[in-house]
Design a binder for this molecule. Structure first.
Ligand code: ISE
Length: 337
């Protein structure tokens, strides 16, 4: 069976996924594309032999589509996800689930009512071989009790539209999710530190870098450096400190070059480059679930909701610099494994 995909949102990540469907993914074909930009939609539809739609709900309900792939901006997600649920079609949604926790709660309620998981959320780091190896070490017990985690999230630069808040609810979301995944426990508090100095490369409205401190249920303390105008590359670091051993993500390149200029390794320049394998695997995972008639698995709506709640605490701390507790509601049975 070839899964007929309707892809909504033809921005950077949408187009990246389109290429992935075309070149890498097996068992699926993008049969419909949708964007509010008609010209762009028509051009992409012609290039990929797909039907063009300009209205997401119309596309979701079309018989041309078995499963929905959402790559639009966060504020558009809720309506599109709920429309897909109503149509009974499985959904892949890029992060964030929704920009606010209240909207995410509506999605949780609808999915719980449907009685089965219908959505896989695009927290691609869970599919990254490096993070998976970290998790294996932690779960295997070789580190002993985990005490600290040091993270760094460095982007070479961000567009002018990037706001101060996005450091939390657009960038740090990835660390918030991966910490829960690595440790199998929830974050209980967040504090955002604004260092006195900032890079001259950041726009005036930004505080860059920022340091975010998280604590978890068992007391693990995590520091996350968010440096989104670091200039030199897209660099994601994670070092887990246990009482018996320390494990860390390594450089991602398979070779290094020795020359008159010394010993050099290429550094990725974008998330699409750094996480290519993770993106390929998460999308194939989604397609395999749909083809197998399976309930959705991998990052869930609940994970998106929890991340949104942690972000809310982070945004409050961004304003007052204080530590904010994260209060989580009871997790519905649907999301327990
Ligand atoms: C962007 O939206 C992403 O999701 C990237 O993975 C992240 O590194 C970047 O900071 C975000 O703005």
């Amino acid at each position: 069976m070839t899964v007929k995909i309707g892809l909504i949102g033809l921005g950077m990540i949408g187009r990246d996924h389109l290429k992935r469907f075309h070149n890498v993914i097996s068992g699926a074909q993008v049969t419909a594309v949708c964007d509010i930009n008609r010209e762009a939609t028509d051009a992409v539809a012609t290039e990929y032999g797909a039907s063009a739609f300009y209205d997401a709900v119309e596309m979701i309900n079309s018989e041309l589509v078995d499963a929905v792939f959402i790559c639009t901006i966060g504020p558009a997600h809720k309506t599109q996800i709920l429309a897909a649920f109503t149509a009974g079609k499985p959904v892949f949604c890029e992060k964030p689930l929704t920009p606010t926790a209240d909207e995410s709660k509506e999605i949780i309620d609808a999915e719980v009512k449907a009685g089965k998981r219908l959505l896989q959320l695009g927290f691609m780091r869970r599919f990254d071989p490096g993070y998976q190896a970290l998790k294996q070490s932690i779960d295997g017990g070789e580190l002993g009790d985990i005490l600290l985690i040091h993270c760094a999230h460095r982007n070479p630069s961000v567009p002018d539209s990037y706001t101060l808040e996005m450091a939390i609810n657009d960038s740090a979301t990835h660390e918030i999710d991966i910490i829960r995944y690595l440790l199998n426990e929830n974050i209980t508090s967040v504090r955002v530190d604004k260092p006195l100095k900032k890079t001259s490369r950041a726009l005036i409205h930004l505080q860059d870098p920022l340091i975010v401190i998280f604590e978890t249920e068992s007391g693990v303390r995590i520091d996350d450096e968010l440096f989104v105008n670091c200039h030199y590359g897209y660099d994601i670091r994670c070092e887990v400190i246990g009482e018996n051993a320390i494990v860390a993500l390594t450089e991602q390149q398979l070779v290094s070059k020795r020359s008159l200029n010394g010993n050099a390794q290429h550094i990725s320049q974008s998330c699409m480059e750094r996480f290519t394998t993770a993106y390929d695997r998460e999308v194939q995972h989604f397609i395999d679930s749909v083809r197998g008639g399976l309930e959705m698995s991998g990052p869930s709506s609940w994970d998106g909701y929890v991340v949104a709640l942690v972000c809310d605490a982070g945004l409050a701390s961004l304003k007052d610099g204080k530590k904010h507790d994260v209060l989580l509601p009871q997790q519905p049975a649907l999301y327990r494994f």
